[in-house]
Design a protein around this ligand. Structure first.
Ligand SMILES: C[S@@+](CC[C@H](N)C(=O)[O-])C[C@H]1O[C@@H](n2cnc3c(N)ncnc32)[C@H](O)[C@@H]1O
Length: 408
């Protein structure tokens, strides 16, 4: 059996755990703890510079520790923070963002100008993803090893999804792989089955349910329209199967308001929206500028973008990988907005964005670690970090969104 230790948790770190040190000074990371707690841990993986530990017991509790709501807490890879009251979750996320900007970003004393919590602590997710096991059961991935486990409860999906998913069962060996469910604010649901599927699950639902089978970019609509219309800040957005959309509608509105306020402050004439998705930001920014160019690689999102921004003749869209398109681009923007996936900016894309020489770069990030890495490069190119805003769209989890404004 691996060795056990008693340690005091010093701080929270990105990706869900707490940080402490072993008696020999080695850093150790422990899940499901809070700073100040005295805990018994068992080493799970002893690496060269740090160790990963399992939590054996909490021997001195944080006074604000609460009972997790979900039976899967501690097993499921979805939620890491259910034992923490929501206000403290947000405070810890702020500390984590500061730590990442300091340690990885190289900023001595980062300032977070605003922290915007989610308006819902539960039932906020408009999208849920399951793996379908070979026995036909809906599964999430375990926190420890990503291994699938059958889900019995989840408190994060919005009501129509929460009503629908427990009814879904599939024949054994149905080879669906991944199943994505999304809903709009009216409770209409889009069910996306990945893999060549023709079997339609039997459902009793109060909502209208569209079912799409997806294999790569090929789609077959098995029932309903094959898309959703969601409303954000009073604007309708077409979202097709396979297109990215922000997971929390009110969080998306908060993000747009922040980005819009920054753009209005800097009154650009030409704006570049890189990683534009279905045009969520572009749709609100197009009316603020003379010309807008968006870049997006997903064909489904590009098709939606064209519909969602149809009314603007000052908007164009370049379909393809940012790292391929940007270095060749003949468009000089005075403000560049980027909202990359979790991996952050690819080096070629980052270099091309920095070569634009824009007055301002607005960076919307869903991963503070890759944001901090890119911050370092952006600062080295001569920009300064003017404003950092944390928008929490993911209560109960360690995830966070950040809006960062860089000026030259
Ligand atoms: C975090 S989402 C943001 C989308 C949009 N800004 C929004 O808020 O709805 C990132 C988007 O980047 C796209 N994407 C991923 N990698 C890309 C790449 N290398 N080049 C261009 N777009 C990419 C994805 O398809 C996705 O739509």
């Amino acid at each position: 059996m691996n060795k056990q230790y008693s340690v005091e948790i010093q701080s929270m770190v990105y990706e869900g755990g707490g940080f402490s040190r072993l008696p020999d000074g080695k850093a150790v990371f422990v899940p499901y703890v809070m700073p100040g707690e005295q805990v018994t841990i068992q080493i799970r993986e002893d690496k060269k510079g740090f160790a990963l530990a399992d939590l054996v017991s909490v021997d001195r509790l944080h006074p604000q520790r609460i009972q997790p709501r979900c039976a899967h807490f501690g097993i499921c890879g979805g939620c890491h923070y259910q034992h923490i009251p929501y206000e403290l979750q947000v405070a810890y996320k702020k500390d984590i963002l500061i730590e990442q900007l300091q340690r990885i970003g190289g900023i001595e004393s980062p300032v977070i100008e605003a922290v915007i919590p989610s308006s819902n602590e539960w039932a906020y997710r408009n999208t849920v993803q399951f793996q379908v096991s070979s026995k036909g059961k809906l599964c999430y991935a375990k926190a420890r090893d990503n291994f699938p486990f059958a889900v019995r409860e989840c408190h994060l999906p919005m009501p129509a999804l929460a009503q629908l998913w427990p009814q879904l069962t599939f024949e054994p060996e149905s080879f669906i792989g991944r199943l994505d469910l999304r809903q709009n604010q009216n409770g209409d649901v889009l069910l996306e089955m990945n893999g060549n599927q023709s079997e339609i699950p039997e459902l009793e639902s109060e909502s209208s349910v569209s079912i799409v089978s997806l294999a790569g970019d090929d789609q077959v609509v098995l029932a309903g329209d094959g898309y959703l219309i969601a409303e954000v800040l009073g604007r309708p957005f077409l979202i097709s199967a396979g297109s990215f959309f922000q997971t929390n509608y009110s969080g998306a509105e908060a993000l747009i308001n922040q980005v819009l306020a920054l753009v209005r402050e800097y009154k650009p004439q030409r704006l570049l929206d890189v990683y534009s998705g279905v045009g969520l930001f572009s749709a609100f920014l197009a009316g603020e500028v003379d010309e807008l160019l968006a870049v997006e690689s997903s064909p489904a999102a590009c098709r939606d973008f064209v519909v969602n921004l149809d009314e603007f003749d000052t908007v164009s869209l370049a379909e393809g990988l940012a790292e391929k398109i940007l270095p060749e681009l003949d468009f000089s923007a005075d403000v560049v907005l980027v909202d990359p996936p979790r991996s952050g900016l690819r080096p070629q894309a980052r270099e091309a964005i920095l070569n634009q020489g824009a007055r301002a770069i607005i960076y919307v990030s869903c991963n503070p670690a890759t944001l901090a890495r890119d911050v370092r490069a952006i600062l080295e190119a001569g920009y300064r970090l003017e404003k950092t805003i944390l928008v929490d769209m993911f209560p109960q989890t360690y995830h966070m969104e950040t809006v960062a404004l860089f000026l030259i």
